[in-house]
Write a protein that binds this ligand. Structure first.
Ligand code: S2G
Ligand code: ZN
Length: 461
């Protein structure tokens, strides 16, 4: 059957694009390793539209790839094999807000920042935040269980989903948990779809939980002498303040953000590492605690210098030192690893990984930064100017087995928060047992028997 006339019939001409610019724009995410090559971009407006698409695709064994804000870093939204991209940009309405339930029901294409703003306008707070929140979509955040910079206190996206409407690969519409706080009636299928990267079904609506806003968020940036000191500083502040964030970055990482973006250095002293922490400065007592802990860390020479925000705008400019890293480094075609271990294992793990990389990548510049507060570090290896990207990625990938082996021995994850997608699909066995992978394949066959839902991503079904 001719596909395009049928797609047009199902969604209307204005909601199907096939021009080359659109195919390129919607057939990719932030990864640069695959050439986008979809046959069409479909823009459903309703859950029923998505259902009609999935039912039709099953009759044609036509692959469907979900597309949200296209900010993914593992190739989860890449369409490189004549698939139809299902883009949720036109399902971007917040369809309900309830102050009593402290919840908002969003269509999948609502931008993360849109939800954060709705919460703020209603004196509430949606706490999941990251650098790409201005373009990422709620549906994609849920499909990848996005983490970001506030996980140490607020957890991951998974913790904030009260209800989920999905269209499974069978074309069924499931309305999961319906926004209830308590619902002890069997397996919570909502949690299967969270983090499933569109391989079991497509999220079309979500009821998101909101909370009370933190008071007077204050940021400290601290110059740190070594990795062991970094963890001691984390413990010292975690024990005295109710941290909302504890991030870190190396001096070379700061160099790029300072030099390329012109963001001012936090203080004159240059140190091997920096911690950026945030806490609710909600009383005189709390501020005294913060200063006392800072002085204690200085006494112990864990911290060599520091700065603390005195206003919201100062807090925001200090955050830029951390939040602008990803975009700054993207100019250097970085090869990324997104790794996690238990927080207590960080010092041993980080020393071992940095040593492994430095010994093997003698001519590569290795930068690291990440979320110490939840055990997640991001390693970025910068492509040498005179090296072809393919050759560079090939050399970087050649060390992955040893990095992943090391991660496995420390019971870590080879993909902490960026998901599996295409890039890590063949590596999940370093972090998941063969029994688990077998069960994941069975689940895939239940929800997507014809293998049309984002095929080739997350799992080799
Ligand atoms: C971060 C953003 C993506 C990247 O900055 O925490 O998760 O570039 C990252 O690694
Ligand atoms: Zn991150």
């Amino acid at each position: 059957m001719k596909l395009l006339p049928k797609l047009t019939e199902l969604l209307g001409t204005e909601n199907i694009l096939t021009d080359s610019d659109s195919l390129k724009r919607y057939g990719c995410d932030w990864t640069k390793t695959h050439q986008p090559d979809p046959i069409a971009i479909a823009f459903p407006k309703t859950t029923e539209h998505v259902q009609a698409l999935v039912k039709f695709a099953n009759t044609q064994e036509l692959a469907l790839v979900p597309s949200g804000g296209r900010t993914g870093l593992s190739g989860g939204a890449v369409a490189a094999n004549k698939e139809v991209v299902v883009a949720f940009d036109r399902m971007n309405k917040i369809i309900d807000f309830n102050a009593t339930d402290r919840s908002a029901t969003c269509q999948a294409g609502v931008i993360t920042q849109q939800l954060q703003q709705l919460a703020k306008d209603n004196h509430l707070y949606y706490p999941v935040n990251f650098a790409s929140s201005g373009s990422s979509q709620i549906g994609g955040n849920i499909a990848t269980n996005a983490g970001g910079i506030k996980v140490v206190r607020y957890g991951l996206t998974r913790n904030w989903v009260l209800g989920l409407k999905v269209v499974t690969g069978n074309g069924e519409i499931l309305d999961l948990n319906k926004g209830l706080v308590k619902n002890a009636t069997g397996y919570d299928l909502r949690h299967l779809f969270i983090g499933s990267e569109g391989t079991l079904g497509f999220i079309t609506e979500a009821t998101m939980r909101l909370t009370k806003p933190p008071k007077n968020l204050t940021v400290m940036v601290l110059g740190i002498s070594n990795i062991d000191a970094l963890m001691k500083v984390f413990e010292a502040f975690q024990n005295t303040l109710d941290l909302t964030a504890f991030e870190c970055f190396s001096d070379r990482t700061l160099h790029y953000v300072h030099t390329d973006k012109g963001i001012p250095l936090p203080f004159d002293t240059r140190t091997p590492y920096y911690a950026l922490l945030e806490f609710e400065n909600d009383s005189e007592q709390r501020e005294k605690e913060a200063f006392k802990t800072f002085d204690n860390c200085i006494q112990k020479e864990w911290v060599l210098d520091g700065a603390m925000s005195q206003s919201e705008s100062q807090a925001q400019s200090l955050w830029r030192l951390r939040e602008d890293i990803s975009e700054t480094l993207s100019a250097y075609t970085p090869y990324k690893n997104d790794l996690s271990v238990k927080i207590s294992v960080i010092p041993e793990y980080l020393e071992a990984v940095v040593q492994l990389i430095t010994e093997n990548y003698t001519e590569f510049e290795v930068l690291w930064y990440g979320h110490i507060g939840d055990g997640n570090i991001h390693l970025n290896i910068l492509k040498p100017e005179n090296m072809e990207a393919d050759e560079f990625f090939k050399q970087c990938k050649s060390l992955n087995p040893r990095i992943f082996q090391l991660t496995q021995t420390m019971n870590g994850s080879v993909s902490a928060e960026h998901g599996v997608g295409l890039l890590k699909r063949d590596d999940i066995s370093y972090s998941r047992s063969k029994e688990e992978i077998a069960i994941m394949k069975e689940l895939k066959s239940i929800f997507d028997p014809n293998g049309i839902m984002n095929p080739g991503k997350l799992i080799n079904a």
